[in-house]
Ligand binder design. Structure first.
Ligand code: AP5
Length: 218
């Protein structure tokens, strides 16, 4: 299963990818998570990426493409992977095609999570993440049993720095300007599978699984 997840910030890509990864034992590769960790630990990549991530702008293609190429070369990706938040520009999409072609592979599907703007803002403003295990919550829709505490590991929950309203506005602008054109790219090559992401987590999960089951039997 070699699939990628596309959609605006807050569409629910990470929520669905985490669940699919757990259930189907496929590595979940989130470029946002990798970049945030690099920024936090101050690696050379993190130092280069910090200003872009903080401002809600895209990190330059060459940095992100190198990260993904290195990650996909690891043995656990031989049987499949879930790319979350990559590709995000036409340049990244073409680079991904080239990386996979080198290993005689190709993407099986691009899952596109279509969602309305007001839903996105509501989801992002309520998002909370676990500092220790990265589990993803929402104060209204996926609330932890005890406020501010992770159900899975007891870690503290925090709000992402780029989830501030001004930065979210910029991320949405960047999405429309640089990423939305990928919808046509993947529609044209027959890989686009659209999922209505305005629905509940469970309904979106059921649609995601239906698409992935169809991909798996092809
Ligand atoms: P990244 O981390 O990829 O952020 P994003 O694409 O903006 O997506 P999000 O993580 O905000 O949203 P999501 O769709 O995963 O939603 P989630 O499942 O959390 O990127 C961050 C930054 O890194 C970028 O701005 C850029 O600087 C850089 N970057 C990353 N990749 C890059 C690339 N390829 N090239 C260049 N730069 C790159 O859900 C949101 C909330 O809603 C959660 O609280 C969740 O619990 C809740 N929720 C989810 N689904 C539902 C539902 N169905 N109903 C109710 N609540 C729901």
């Amino acid at each position: 299963m070699k699939v990628a997840f596309l959609g605006p910030p807050g569409a629910g890509k990470g929520t669905q990818a985490q669940a699919v990864s757990r259930e189907r034992k496929v590595p979940h590769i989130s470029t946002g998570d990798i970049l945030r960790e690099a920024v936090q630990t101050g690696t050379p990549t993190g130092l280069k990426a910090r200003a872009y991530v903080t401002a809600g702008k895209l990190v330059p293609d060459e940095i992100v493409v190198d990260i993904v190429a290195e990650r996909l070369a690891r043995p656990d990706c031989k049987q499949g992977f879930l790319l979350d938040g990559f590709p995000r520009t036409l340049g990244q999409a073409k680079a991904l095609d080239a990386i996979l072609a080198k290993s005689s592979m190709r993407l099986d599907a691009m899952l596109y999570y279509a969602v309305s703007d007001d839903v996105v803002v509501d989801r992002i403003s309520g998002r909370r993440l676990c500092k220790s295990c990265g589990a993803n919550y929402h104060v209204k829709y996926i609330a932890p049993r005890k406020s501010g505490v992770c159900d899975r590991c007891g870690g503290g929950l925090y709000q992402r720095a780029d989830d501030k309203p001004e930065t979210v506005k910029e991320r949405l602008r960047v999405y429309r300007e640089q990423t939305a054109e990928l919808i046509d790219y993947y529609r044209a090559n027959g890989l686009l599978k659209e999922i209505s992401a305005d629905n509940s987590v469970e309904a979106v999960r059921a649609d995601t699984n239906r698409v992935l089951d169809a991909v798996a039997v092809r």
